[in-house]
Design a protein. Structure first.
Length: 320
């Protein structure tokens, strides 16, 4: 009888434990269901808000599209109007071009007559100017060529100095790291460094001077040069006091107007390559403006670099 009661009690306890576990499980499931419902509700609310925002954006974009279509239609009408105006202007331009070509052709013929009458004298003057120009530029180029040769030697010695200094520093760093390196090897590179440093200091190639990089205009006495007329010219190109010549006047009137500016001599200028364009109004003056500009650009690109001694001192200060 007692064993039966004990079995009953044990079965009852197990049943109570199972009921408690089932109740906890049901509460957990109920809590999970409530949480999922809340998340679904929140997601539905958020989706509704996003849908409302998208609807507002769609209406806004639709309004912009309608306004863009109206603007495009207006621009199409404006384009047609501008094309018609452009066609009228092109027609007028063609007529003016024909008139200008006729006038230019007439002036070219008159200028050719003047050029042919003076081509021999201008050619001789140009040869004289070219010879003087070549001689002057050759002297300048020789100075630059000599500087570049000395610069190449300086760069080689500077490179050797940098190699010796860098190798010596590397060996010292390796030795400080614990690797055994004979001091004799380091002394060899120290001697090389001192030797190359002395050579660099001895060469001491600095930047080119302004005199070597500047070419002044080539001006020398010429029977075609009118000094009085040249004094009236602005050296920067603004010739406000230069007598103007009407291109619509006859060639005879142009020649008379030019002769009044120089009653004693005929002033002839050489323009372009060869004796192609001759203007009896300007003096003979050949400048090296283009060469000066190129040399100044090259000098700007090749800024002077610090000497190896200065680099070595800066490196030592950084290491310290």
């Amino acid at each position: 009888m007692n064993s039966l009661v004990e079995k009953y009690d044990s079965a009852l306890k197990q049943t109570m434990i199972q009921l408690g576990a089932s109740e906890k499980l049901s509460r957990a499931r109920l809590w999970a269901i409530e949480r999922v419902r809340a998340e679904h509700k929140k997601a539905n609310d958020k989706a509704a808000e996003e849908k409302e925002i998208l609807r507002a954006k769609f209406e806004e974009l639709e309004g912009k599209l309608m306004s863009d279509r109206a603007a495009k239609k207006k621009l199409t009408w404006e384009k047609v109007r501008l094309e018609q105006a452009n066609a009228a202007l092109e027609k007028e331009k063609a007529e003016l071009q024909e008139e200008r070509d006729a006038a230019v052709e007439k002036l070219i013929k008159e200028r050719k007559c003047l050029k042919d009458s003076r081509s021999q004298e201008v050619t001789l003057e140009r040869v004289r100017v070219q010879a003087a120009m070549t001689d002057k530029s050759s002297r300048c180029f020789d100075r630059v060529r000599e500087y570049l040769a000395r610069r190449n030697v300086f760069e080689k010695v500077k490179s050797l100095y940098g190699q010796a200094s860098g190798t010596r520093k590397c060996l010292e760093v390796i030795k400080d790291g614990g690797t055994e390196i004979p001091q004799e090897i380091i002394d060899v590179f120290i001697e090389r460094e001192k030797l190359h440093e002395a050579e660099v200091a001895k060469l001491g190639v600095g930047p080119l001077s302004e005199d070597d990089l500047t070419l002044s205009p080539l001006v020398f006495p010429s029977r075609y040069l009118n000094e009085d007329f040249k004094a009236t010219l602005d050296p920067y190109g603004s010739n406000s006091e230069e007598p103007s010549v009407d291109v619509t006047s006859t060639p005879v009137e142009q020649v008379e107007a030019l002769e009044k500016t120089n009653p004693e001599k005929d002033s002839v200028s050489v323009q372009g390559k060869g004796a192609k364009d001759v203007n009896p109004k300007d003096p003979v003056e050949v400048s090296y403006t283009s060469s000066e500009e190129r040399e100044e650009e090259d000098q700007t690109k090749k800024a002077p670099s610090p000497t190896p001694v200065e680099e070595e001192k800066a490196s030592n200060e950084t290491d310290k």
